[in-house]
Design a binder for this molecule. Structure first.
Ligand code: 26V
Length: 826
């Protein structure tokens, strides 16, 4: 690795020449980006090779994190940072008149995820590598990631995300490691010497080709692998078709490749689409085939047997989406390795662990039996057998309790229930924040907890503080390092050393300057993209996340409407000026969410041009919220809106990113907000609203009638009426869906119930902000106590508590291992 800017410059110019046959002067910015990224990739390759070699040779246990989504964002700057060469590269490029940030902007965002769940998977990969754990990702290489959002006329319009258009520098195609995944067809059974043998026939073969992306560890030589699978038509099948029927051959190719064409854009909502089930089995079967193949080479030929698989391999399933890993492992162990059911089940359960990420009933995955059976006939047989044996065990424990058994069954009421399969087939089931794990144990999965008490545990989420603080907010990172040293980069709880500076006027001033700088950068972006001038002295009040009823963007809007009404009545109202910033995508089929965007943009249109309130409030909706945009917005936030209906947000991770960047949180006692309050202290966070217990009590026992509230509270009535009475310059029925969600469904998400306490909480924010010194103190304390929410902590807990893996130090150029050739394959 280069040690000086001179070395870097020489290598960079060489790379431009070898790749494009061009000099620096003749190269386009894109060429320069590709040359830089390729150069870095070359340096990573040595470590990558060495890491794989050591993992193979050491025989230590490895974990595979199976996820339908990895929301990676850009990799260039994070890789430079983790390699410790960001400054050298920036400096070297600057000396050649090139800006690192401008090159970074040319990298496509790998948006292979919807939101929290996919971004968590990406943060996990960063921490696994930083902590030198042998841990890899397994997922899908979608040809199109999450759609690009445009706002046209105030409405969301979806455009395809063509992220692979110009190629992707970080991936390495491994065609020789391709595997075939079988769909449809039928299963024929034969008995040989008393043993059943299953033959899968007449299936549709789909070739799964892996693309490996290196995952670079911070300040170490570990480079783990994210393996993404792409569906390709098998050339053999293609050519056998094309001899007779060219059109059929093309159709075949098109259908096969459709498997990984697009990421489903739904978040917290499951629609039983066969293509999605196909995606799930596709990547699970391919991932398991490659793990088993490697295991057989590295372990079985050398010293172990397949019966020890779970001692060396851990497979973690990110929600139920990869739960087919359970019957697929069974299939491999029984049909391919010849184990008995009992042996196979023991290994499978001890290999697999499962994380639940939501309790929303509409997000619980279930597949119609007929669809499942038709697409995956052999897997269905195995699921049936798992269900049969499991229900027999339930019957032993709960004789005669048919209703209870039906509710706990894997197959019931015409569906395969994936969460039930996941619990039954895993040795560990975890929620993602303390309250969420408790709700799982006591409510949503109480029956399962009673049956399997030792399986359930909690692992509170985190975020990688290296991306979300060190890289997204370099000025703050520099200030922190100047003040307390750099140990926090590897030991995030060292941030608590900032606490003693919370009241220090000089430090407060520096913190304020950094925040102001970040706000100026965001203000410029807003000016360039939305044409709106915002006041950097105003409070930047930010609500960015997927648009969903339970996340209650509507509550925020009602507060702004109320403020607007009050300002129109008394223009001299004493409030700190505020800029309300929104961002987030709505699932394309989610009408209410889409109208919520229209409501925000409509209100913005009115408020922003009203001279009466001009200097007091502004509203901005930033289109196409993504990882890169989040990296721009979050460091500039003063206030972080985390206002979900208590009990609904499993954890949240945006909340943690804002906290790390010194925003003050206004929140309900939901998800990880509760643990954030416990860390930072109740005096440093603004809490309001019903508690989860209260919400659940209303759901189970009743006692809330929204119409009583509507008729008794004049202010609430006025705001709700304004949605449909012509107050907004749109058709009268434009916001009907929102009106209905409040009034007709008895305010399912308690928006109006929490409105009063939310307004009081917002008033508290106003009061705090007026005293800048106390505001800065809050901000510093939030940074100081955010260390617990690093994925370094989360991953350590998974490693010790669930996966039972140990760190393995990788040394390039250290001891050379000589090992059998077979160990070096794959
Ligand atoms: C479910 C489904 C159902 C099938 C169709 C597509 C689809 C896509 C995503 C999901 C999963 C939704 C669950 C989810 O994203 N949960 C979020 O997970 C975060 C990480 O643990 C957590 O912070 C959020 O609170 C939680 O909502």
């Amino acid at each position: 690795m280069f040690k000086t800017t001179e070395e870097f410059k020489t290598e960079f110019v060489d790379k431009l020449q070898t790749l494009f046959g061009q000099s620096l002067d003749d190269s386009s910015p894109k060429d320069k980006y590709i040359a830089l990224a390729s150069l870095i990739r070359d340096h990573i390759s040595k470590r990558w090779y060495q890491t794989n070699k050591q993992y193979r040779y050491s025989g230590e246990k490895q974990v595979y994190y199976f996820s339908m989504e990895f929301l990676l964002g850009k990799l260039l700057v994070n890789n430079l940072f983790n390699l410790g060469i960001k400054d050298i590269c920036r400096q070297g490029l600057a000396e050649m008149g090139i800006s690192l940030e401008e090159l970074e902007a040319l990298e496509p965002d790998a948006g292979l995820g919807n939101g929290g769940l996919g971004r968590l998977a990406a943060c996990f990969l960063d921490s696994l590598a930083a902590l030198q754990f042998p841990g890899h990702g397994c997922g899908i290489r979608y040809r199109h990631g999450l759609f690009e959002q445009k706002i046209i006329n105030g409405y969301q319009v979806e455009l395809p995300d063509n992220w692979l258009e110009d190629g992707y520098v970080w991936e390495v195609r491994k065609a020789d490691r391709a595997v075939t995944v079988k769909f449809g067809g039928n299963v024929r059974m034969e008995t040989h010497e008393g043993q059943c043998i299953f033959y899968h026939e007449n299936y549709e073969p789909v070739r799964a080709v892996p693309y490996d992306v290196p995952v670079v560890g911070y300040n170490c030589e570990t480079v783990n692998t994210l393996r993404l699978w792409s569906a390709e038509a098998d050339e053999f099948d293609f050519s056998s078709f094309s001899k007779g029927d060219y059109l059929k051959a093309v159709e075949y190719k098109y259908n096969v490749e459709a498997t990984t064409q697009v990421l489903y854009p739904d978040d917290n909502y499951q629609e039983g689409r066969i293509l999605r089930l196909k995606q799930q089995y596709f990547f699970v079967a391919a991932g398991i085939a490659s793990i088993v193949r490697r295991y057989m080479k590295n372990h079985c030929e050398a010293y172990n047997s397949i019966t020890k698989f779970h001692e060396y391999i851990s497979i973690h399933i990110n929600d139920t989406h990869p739960a087919l890993a359970i019957p697929e492992l069974m299939r491999v162990f029984i049909d391919e390795e010849g184990l008995s059911w009992e042996e196979a089940w023991h290994i499978t359960v001890n290999t697999v662990s499962y994380t639940n990420h939501t309790i929303l009933p509409e997000a619980m995955e279930k597949w119609p039996i007929d669809m499942f059976k038709c697409l995956l006939p052999r897997i269905y047989m195995i699921v049936e057998e798992i269900n049969k044996r499991y229900c027999a065990a339930l019957w032993q424990r709960y004789p005669g309790e048919w209703e209870k058994i039906r509710r706990m069954a894997i197959i019931a009421d015409g569906y395969v229930h994936m969460a039930h399969l996941a619990v039954v087939g895993s040795h560990s089931v975890n929620g993602v924040a303390k309250i969420h794990s408790e709700i799982l144990k006591k409510q949503v999965m109480a029956n399962f907890h009673e049956f399997y008490p030792y399986r359930f545990n909690n692992k509170t989420n985190g975020v990688t503080h290296r991306r979300w603080l060190a890289n997204a907010n370099p000025q703050l990172a520099a200030l922190i390092t100047d003040t307390i040293g750099f140990s926090w980069l590897a030991h995030p709880t060292d941030l608590t050393n900032l606490h003693k500076y919370a009241g220090d006027a000089v430090f407060q001033e520096k913190i304020a300057q950094v925040k102001r700088h970040n706000k100026e950068v965001l203000a410029k972006y807003i000016k360039d993209h939305n044409g709106i001038t915002v006041d950097v002295d105003s409070i930047f009040d930010v609500h960015v996340k997927r648009i969903h009823a339970y996340k209650r963007q509507t509550l925020n809007v009602l507060h702004i409407m109320d403020l607007y009404n009050r300002l129109k009545e008394s223009p001299d109202l004493d409030i700190a000026p505020r800029t309300f910033i929104f961002g987030g995508k709505a699932a394309p089929g989610y009408h209410l969410a889409k109208r919520t965007i229209k409501l925000i943009t409509t209100l913005a249109g009115m408020v922003n041009k009203d001279p009466l309130v001009k200097n007091k409030i502004k509203i901005v909706f930033l289109e196409n919220y993504s990882v890169s945009l989040a990296e721009l917005i979050i460091p500039a936030a003063d206030v972080s809106e985390q206002i979900s209906t208590a009990s609904k947000e499993a954890s949240g991770t945006g909340n943690m990113k804002f906290m790390m960047n010194g925003a003050v949180t206004i929140c309900t006692l939901d998800g990880a907000n509760i643990e954030m309050r416990d860390e930072v202290g109740a005096e440093n966070i603004i809490v309001f609203g019903l508690t989860a217990d209260e919400v659940i009590r209303y759901y189970t026992q009743g006692g809330y009638n929204v119409l009583d509230l509507y008729h008794s509270d004049k202010r609430i009535k006025m705001l709700v009426d304004q949605l449909t009475n012509g107050f907004f310059p749109v058709g009268f029925d434009e916001f009907d869906a929102i009106y209905h969600s409040l009034i007709r469904t008895n305010d399912e998400y308690f928006v109006l119930k929490d409105f009063g306490t939310y307004i009081s909480a917002q008033n508290r924010i106003n009061e705090f902000y007026k005293n800048q010194s106390s505001w800065r103190k809050l901000s510093i304390n939030n940074i100081a106590f955010s260390g617990r929410f690093s994925t370094d902590r989360t991953i350590s807990e998974y490693a010790i508590g669930i996966w039972k893996i140990k760190p393995l130090v990788v040394r390039v150029g250290g001891r050379q291992y000589s090992s059998p050739a077979c160990l070096l394959d794959d």
